[in-house]
Design a binder for this molecule. Sequence first.
Ligand SMILES: O=C[C@H](O)[C@H](O)COP(=O)(O)O
Ligand SMILES: C=C(OP(=O)(O)O)C(=O)O
Length: 448
Amino acid sequence: MTIPSLEQLHALGARQQPTYDDPAALAAVVDRLRTQPPLVFAGECDDLKEKLAAVARGEAFLLQGGDCAETLAGVSAENVRNKLRVLLQMAVVLTYAGSVPVVKLGRLAGQYAKPRSNDFETRVTAEGEVTLPAYRGDAVNGFEFTPESRRHDPQRLLDVYNASAATLNLIRAFATGGYADLRQVHTWNTDFVSGSLYGQRYEKLAQEIDKAMQFMHAIGIDAEELRRVDFHSSHEALVLEYEHAMTRIDSRTEAPYDVSGHFVWIGERTRQLDGAHVELLSKIRNPIGVKLGPTTTADDAIALAGKLNPENEAGRLTFITRFGAQKIRDGLPDLIEKVTASGLEVAWVCDPMHGNTFEASSGYKTRRFDDVIEEVQGFFDVHRALGTWPGGIHVELTGDDVTECVGGGEELTDADLASRYESVCDPRLNRVQSLEMAFLVAEMLRLA
Ligand SMILES: O=C[C@H](O)[C@H](O)COP(=O)(O)O
Ligand SMILES: C=C(OP(=O)(O)O)C(=O)O
């Protein structure tokens, strides 16, 4: 399979790309990236593809989550550990309730580039109104609102490579070195349930899991198996220079893989059928995703599947729908019905975040916990009505006690947002909201 050159990709009118002012510096960075070791191995991508094939068949459930935008400053043991911890806690609840394996996929170790609605941001400062390039993720520029920081700097691509390597190294250690032990994760969940008023609502399910754990212990399942988990990385494949430089030929199969992450997805803003992102991702062999917003027609989805997965390989393609709580029940059925009738092998996953963002009166971008849950409920209801499998959820979340989304058991309000709003882009569910979501989705999964 021939990979198009960067020039050929850019000639397709690539959207949402950085505008670098020093082509020589960019070329030097790309050359350097091409010589760096892979962050993931092709065989690992294949393993994930098999797991996602099980999702597409209705035999497994995908939990994909992490920051909206990772930051270079956020690469600390505590930060990565907290995110992994909350994802593992969620996965245990979902596994028990769904009685199916839960595929664990982090939006991490590479989620550093953001598509934006506007190229520029204007703020009122002491000097009057100032307009600068929008923040596009640490892969591109800095969040600080100064001309130096907002300049698109290619050196950042190397920084992101190194940060992703450090994050993956830590995750591999946590996932296999005992931190992810099922018994430990369950204890965290029981602490959550007993330690707070809002957690107590989920006591019944937690007790059932407790009994299952005791049963496993009683019959002697204390095996090594319980001490480790499979965990994979994912990010939006947005900056072409980075993804292209990280695309390598697998020595086993001679096929190209993007070794910057196990799973990469195409965003809602860059999914044009004849666009650069679809072209590049059609050539690699990783499992991939495409975000589908409310304007997606069934013909669009079918055409994307035809181009991105011409062999109709199960596990290769995941459609991540992000319609919004108000639109999912009307928009999703037609898409699923026609894609399914076309015999296409896809996993259906719900992103209940990106269709539910609004600006609070305080000026913060936020999401209502209830809208997020309502979109997931709509997703499950539509699948149940059609007899298809609600394959998973894709969530922006953090393991920290931030205040970015309103609602949930803690009843966070607009007035609370300022106290700990740390996201550099979109609002994430905090630790408690994420765990509550897991218990609520678990009930939906039970009935699926
Ligand atoms: O995470 C998704 C997008 O990057 C984000 O929603 C864009 O936000 P904007 O509309 O503020 O640019
Ligand atoms: C930008 C994102 O989503 P979407 O492409 O669905 O807007 C994202 O998931 O970070």
